[in-house]
Design a protein around this ligand. Structure first.
Ligand SMILES: Cc1cc2nc3c(=O)[nH]c(=O)nc-3n(C[C@H](O)[C@H](O)[C@H](O)COP(=O)(O)OP(=O)(O)OC[C@H]3O[C@@H](n4cnc5c(N)ncnc54)[C@H](O)[C@@H]3O)c2cc1C
Length: 581
């Protein structure tokens, strides 16, 4: 079988490319694919991780298990959270061509139109829903019923849940309307609703395989055919080459060797596009002398551009699990505890691409605005229905309850028998005000930077979190009342603010949705890029990944990341007069 076409660091050393894309992750694969559509350009894509395209990397359920020792991920501890008793959280991002889209939970969510209307209202010209919607559609090949609200001809295959597989998920879907939360079967069609319990879309293709952006935008066939695209893997970009405030190239090193080993150089004739994600993009800028001057000087890095926003506004969704013991058939643990069931499911998947192995872990969720919840965790809507307008920025949901048929934490429950499994509500704050930072731990580009997630540093974030926890407890009561057995495994002692806060402090987790560390805003407001994603004060340099969101979007991030990447490629094509494709 032909191997995936890559080039070595020696092959590209001292060469020049029209564009250099740094980081072949979710965004980087989209940018490189779009730019190399024009045969008159040459594109180099540099990725720190390897090509990962074995069988298990394609199976949705197996490839989402990032706790597996062999999973292609970076894993490290956050800085201690000062607002949460110095607790540290385990951080995870993808390390392979495809980046985090290669290992994530596969969910495809775009957020409500009001999200992007809020960006424009706050001054980001041409980033309203009307402006961004065509770029969501451009990427997408929606596999369900044709819809004018979905992209049907793009490379990225997305499908809706084929069947809800676990009884506790189905029971919660039935209970949600009793809390005033309607069931809306399709999360993104026609547009994301502001109050709903929905089935979720996933990046799974028509064969039942994971559809990472590397698989969708840069499949082997495409890369083989494009002589103007080179992909260099297992290679770390150690710094940008900035001359007279102009990005003219990048410095490369082998991944896995000490920083003092050979350094290679590649020239960018037009632009360098940074797509290394919300942790590594600010790290690379800092290593290149672009960032807060005082921090750079602490690390003896000469200041190229004093830009205080670099790494300054790191955000993540805040989340806390509430976990119940359920009959094992209601949990993914059935695959671990009943080997025959697992073999049956594997065979089903091998022959049909369907079944438990061919689906995402989280099939459904609830989203809503916590201010609409009354003291009984019931949603109350004003009679004029204005609360439900998804275009209105004041209606952006601020909580999500993820319905997860497994224990998503690394906490072990030893008292479970073979006939018992777990089900969790992951109570998530979608619009946290808390922010943290990314700062260099050392000048070694291979060492993860210090990441302060800032979780709960703004006390206001506790209000929606408490409401989300109370709502999950109300849902659990409803499920129990329907006769389904739910036994507490991890739940707050009571619903008092104090007990909920203690519970949250003890069980807080990250959602791995790192964002906004090179945000799109003015320099004076901790901005790093402008509305066409150009880095302030440096020519020939853009950032396009999860770091540029002005504020963390109220959804899972991969779809908005791909939208930003599509827009970045379009900005470059327009500016430099590319061939129409
Ligand atoms: C465990 C997990 C589960 C998630 N689940 C979901 C989900 O279900 N749905 C959803 O929408 N979102 C989910 N997310 C979030 C989403 O996947 C990410 O926000 C998004 O994919 C980030 O895209 P990106 O392009 O910004 O970064 P990435 O996709 O992380 O890409 C960055 C790439 O840059 C490379 N890189 C870094 N530094 C360098 C360097 N110095 N030189 C060269 N290359 C470098 C990395 O190896 C990586 O491949 C999840 C994330 C994680 C980690």
């Amino acid at each position: 079988m032909w191997s995936y076409p890559t080039v070595s660091i020696q092959d590209v050393s001292s060469k020049a490319y029209t564009y250099i894309v740094v980081g072949g992750g979710t965004a980087g694969c989209v940018v490189a694919a779009r730019l190399s559509e024009d045969p008159r350009t040459s594109v180099l894509l540099v990725e720190r991780g390897p090509i990962v395209d074995g069988w298990s990397a394609r199976v949705p359920l197996l490839s989402s298990n990032f706790t597996d020792q062999k999973a292609p991920v970076y894993k490290w501890q956050s800085a201690p959270l000062t607002a949460v008793n110095g607790k540290t959280l385990t951080m995870v991002t993808g390390k392979a061509l495809g980046g985090s889209s290669k290992i994530n939970g596969l969910l495809y969510t775009r957020s409500v139109p009001g999200e992007y209307n809020a960006w424009e209202q706050a001054g980001r010209k041409n980033w309203s829903w009307r402006d961004v919607e065509p770029y969501f559609k451009r990427s997408e090949a929606y596999l369900d019923q044709a819809s004018s609200d979905r992209g049907m001809t793009g490379p990225w295959q997305i499908r809706n849940v084929e069947k809800v597989r676990f009884q506790p998920v189905a029971s919660n879907i039935q209970c949600a309307p009793r809390q005033g939360i309607p069931f809306i079967p399709k999360a993104n069609d026609p547009i994301s609703p502001v109050v709903a319990c929905t089935h979720l879309d996933a990046t799974i293709d028509s064969n039942g395989h994971r559809s990472a952006t590397s698989d969708a935008f840069l499949p082997r066939k495409v890369v083989q055919a494009r002589k103007n695209l080179h992909i260099c893997t297992d290679t770390v970009v150690s710094a940008l080459d900035i001359q007279h405030l102009n990005a003219v190239g990048v410095f490369l090193e082998h991944e896995g060797t000490a920083a003092s080993q050979s350094r290679f150089h590649v020239t960018a004739e037009r632009e360098v596009i940074l797509c290394a994600g919300a942790i590594s993009s600010p790290q690379i800028l800092l290593l290149s002398g672009i960032g807060p001057a005082d921090h750079l000087l602490q690390h003896n890095i000469p200041v190229v551009k004093d830009l205080s926003g670099v790494g300054a506004y790191l955000q993540d969704h805040i989340s806390v699990p509430v976990i119940y013991k359920v009959p094992v058939a209601g949990s993914i643990e059935v695959l671990m505890k009943q080997p025959l069931a697992a073999v049956g499911e594997l065979l089903k998947y091998a022959f049909t691409g369907k079944g438990m192995f061919g689906t995402q872990v989280q099939q459904a969720n609830l989203v809503l605005r916590s201010a609409l919840l009354d003291e009984n965790s019931h949603v109350v809507i004003t009679e004029d229905g204005k609360d439900l307008d998804p275009q209105d920025p004041s209606n952006i949901p601020d909580i999500e309850i993820m319905l997860i048929p497994v224990n998503p934490t690394d906490r072990k429950f030893d008292n479970l028998s073979k006939s018992e499994g777990t089900f969790s509500y992951l109570c998530t704050v979608l619009r946290p005000k808390s922010t943290g930072s990314v700062r260099l731990a050392s000048s070694d580009p291979r060492e993860q930077p210090l990441c302060d997630l800032g979780t709960l540093s703004v006390p206001d974030d506790r209000t929606p979190l408490r409401k989300a926890l109370r709502l999950s407890l109300a849902l659990a009561r409803g499920v129990r009342a329907s006769g389904y057995p739910f036994e507490d495994l991890l739940a707050p002692a009571s619903e008092s603010d104090e007990d909920l806060d203690t519970f949250a402090n003890e069980n807080l987790t990250t959602t791995y949705h790192y964002s906004s560390s090179c945000r799109m805003d003015d320099e004076a407001h901790f901005g790093v890029v402008d509305e066409t994603l150009r880095v302030h004060g440096i020519s020939g340099l853009r950032v396009a990944d999860a770091s540029v969101f002005p504020q963390i979007p109220a959804c899972h991030l991969q779809a908005p990341v791909a939208m930003v990447a599509e827009r970045c490629a379009e900005f470059l094509k327009r500016e430099y007069g590319h061939l129409e494709t």
